[in-house]
Design a protein around this ligand. Structure first.
Ligand code: NAD
Ligand code: AKB
Length: 314
């Protein structure tokens, strides 16, 4: 039976991933960790406060619980990273190398997500291939490309079983996103329920890849359980479900809330990041090598998001 340590467990992904892993592998098999104390459902199983920039703390907790897998999620996202690039380097790269070292020392399987942010303005924008030009212009992107290379390096150099995906913007209703460029695609649902109107900080016509959280969680579990002999890539698999601009979300919402109105007040800082990312990425390597398949399109996701978010405000 797997025993998994999750870093950044209280974030948008971790707060749902820990619950799902505990359902599959058992509550005591999944150790949540974060830089802050847990409450709610995550605190109902094993949890430790761990700062990933502290290598010895991370090693001690992994060793104490005798885990066989690390899922490393702790990071600063794109907008926050751009506001404080030096801190982003410290957390995103310092934390990653510490987690990889623990995986090497204790012989653990390892997962960490990269992002569509690993691409840059010179990357082909449509159907962005799995293997292509990566010259990102954000600190987050620099961290993500470096992380992809570092994860590959630990596999080739030390034999660590590293695996990872390039996530698109993730849309969910449990924990709010933590400071990214695609956060608008979550906020729009909350504002649709609360006010029937939304002011987008991302301009009309700006396409980015998106995915609903259940597909994102299934992807981690499927990739980690995939037959290693089938994996030609190991880290940074392109995966996507939806390519959408703000008006596509508005149209999907209007099918349920016809009076919903979208307007725009573009944030130049976030827009510049969004403009440097692909319109749509090609997930065929993930499909070929470990059967990745998203199950939610924008309409199916929208129906569920509106229902789940509306329950929060009754
Ligand atoms: P998040 O910002 O919601 O959560 C990150 C968590 O890390 C937070 O709970 C925070 O407290 C914790 N953390 C921050 N600094 C820490 C430190 N020094 N030590 C320990 N914990 C620390 O992020 P998320 O959306 O859950 O993203 C998780 C990973 O997935 C990141 O690597 C991110 O780049 C990647 N990713 C996310 C998305 C998305 O849309 N959410 C898309 C692509 C990639
Ligand atoms: C962000 O916008 O920073 C994240 C991502 C796509 O990596 N959601």
């Amino acid at each position: 039976m797997k025993k998994i340590l999750v870093t950044g467990a209280l974030g948008q992904i971790g707060s749902e991933l820990v619950v799902k892993l505990r359902e599959i592998y058992g509550v005591n098999q999944v150790i949540g960790t974060d830089i802050r104390e847990a409450d709610g459902i995550i605190a109902e199983g094993p949890f430790e406060v761990v700062d990933v920039t502290d290598a010895s703390q991370l090693y001690q907790v992994a060793n104490k619980y005798d885990v066989d897998t690390i899922m490393h999620l702790a990071a600063l996202l794109s907008a926050k990273a751009e506001e404080n690039p030096k801190l982003a380097w410290h957390i995103n790269m310092g934390g990653l190398v510490n987690a990889l070292e623990v995986a090497r020392e204790l012989n653990l399987q390892f997962f960490t997500p990269s992002s569509i942010g690993a691409f840059g303005p010179s990357t082909p924008k449509d159907h962005t291939p799995q293997d292509t030009l990566q010259r990102p212009t954000t600190m987050y992107g620099v961290n993500k490309v470096s992380g992809e290379l570092l994860s590959d390096y630990y596999y080739h150099r030390f034999g660590v079983d590293t695996r990872g995906v390039r996530y698109p913007g993730l849309i969910s209703h449990v924990t709010l996103p933590g400071g990214g460029t695609t956060d608008y695609a979550v906020e729009i649902y909350y504002e649709a329920i609360k006010k029937k109107t939304y002011t987008s900080c991302i301009a009309s016509g700006t396409y980015m890849d998106m995915m609903y959280m259940p597909d994102a969680l299934n992807a981690i579990i499927q990739l980690m359980e995939a037959d290693p002999n089938r994996l030609k890539h190991r880290n940074a698999f392109n995966i996507s479900a939806i390519s959408a601009a703000p008006e596509d979300f508005a149209k999907a919402i209007q099918k349920h809330i016809p009076e919903f109105k979208l307007d725009f007040q573009v944030d130049p800082f976030k827009q510049k990041i969004a403009d440097s990312w692909p319109n749509s990425i090609d997930s065929s390597a993930a499909a070929e090598e470990w059967d990745f398949k998203a199950t939610y399109d924008i309409d199916k996701m929208t129906a569920e998001m509106l229902e789940k978010v509306s329950h929060k405000f009754v």
